[in-house]
Design a protein around this ligand. Sequence first.
Ligand SMILES: [Zn+2]
Length: 255
Amino acid sequence: MKNYTFKLLTVVSVLCLISCQEAKKTETAKQETQQELVEEKVVKSILTAEEQADMTPAEIIGRLKKGNENFVNNNLTQRDHSAQRRKAMIGQFPKAIVLSCVDSRVPVEDVFDLGIGDIFVARVAGNIENADIVGSMEFATAVAGSKVVIVMGHTACGAVKSTIDNVDAKALGMNSLADLINEIKPAVEETESEGDRTSKNDAFTNTVITNNAKRTVKNIREVSPTMAKMEDEGKIMIVSAVYDMESGKVTFNKD
Ligand SMILES: [Zn+2]
């Protein structure tokens, strides 16, 4: 009887061992397949001249909106930056230029789920235009082939709030900041308010932020006949938008 029990236990142990090994093999194969799927999804290429040429301005805006949806849903594309960096050495064919505020809470590429070689980014507090910014946009569009210009303001913008609250930067020894605030002032002045005209009034502040971005678009068209003509001919689109700090969503304005 003892001998029989021993044999039975041995058989059971061997069977357990075999089934454990099989399960391990299946698990490893599953992990390898998952790893391959993840690898396949990682973007290693960058935009080419042909891809840039094939896209219309409206299609590009559609892709940027989709990218922003990915950002809002915390579902950013994985990128192999080393591979992209190496490919980018041969040139760049970005599809758009985005003018953003300098605010550290607005990570422009991430906001549109983009990476190396995808967009030009110009940044200045309050996303106003000046000769250097417009010059950079002319280069991006007329020289480098980008087809969309986005002026993107953002909620809770410190530059806009300071302008609304009449911060006297000159008195604080910051002459250049005072000049920058002066550039935002017209957007404050043209905005009507149902409540008080301070940055504590969120509705008023948000409307100024939208108007400031729209105003920058208007100014770009005025100071750059080249870009205005390209827009009239349907070669590029110049639009304004506002990034919502809380939700991550970018809302495009109708200019
Ligand atoms: Zn800002």
